[in-house]
Write a protein that binds this ligand. Sequence first.
Ligand code: ZN
Ligand code: ZN
Length: 230
Amino acid sequence: MRACRKPASRRARAADRHILFHELLDCLKGTECPVCRLVRQRMQSRMAALFRELVNDPPTRARLRAALGFCPRHTREALRQGDALGLSILYADLMAELLARLHNAAPASAASRRPACPECGAEQADTAEIAEAFAAYLAEPEMQDASRGNLRLCGVHLLTVMQAATPEARTFILGQVEPALQSLLKDLSEFIRKSDARFRHEGFGAEGDAYLRAARYLTGTSDEDRHSDG
Ligand SMILES: [Zn+2]
Ligand SMILES: [Zn+2]
């Protein structure tokens, strides 16, 4: 496949990267990790497309049958689409597949292991693509200007982007995130110190909610994001 790549598809990928550049710029204005947000948006539009036009698509159905449906998280997302007929068609297929496998059940082997959820696989690919592109863009002045003071990558995606970044981009990223991380760590240590009976009389200050800020930092979301996500 790779050998017969056409110039048109290269152009299409270049256009996709250009769109991604602007999507990332837009995400930097929000309070959520840009990688988390774009990966979720792509997943939601794939789910919408599945019920809009791919319920009877043979390769889509084959992937779902092989995995016996989605993982619990993506099942919730599929149910949220609220397409009772589409869901009935998909689940009729999956129930028939389950019954067929029951009749052919053999001792557990590598062949009978459940393949990964197709959406989890697509999300992994999206995460790698978006994090890699963001790392490359963070070497450019326009992306650096937009990220200054707004680089809210969650802990996991911060590491993913760092691993893909050039030495110059790494220096920029570290300069943006390290002071906030050090300060958060200091607040957590101060909270722990003041929780000791000998120092409790000092009372809590800004460090009082450090554990909440650390939890939000690592998951890349603000309270508003969590609530709007449902
Ligand atoms: Zn993230
Ligand atoms: Zn999944």
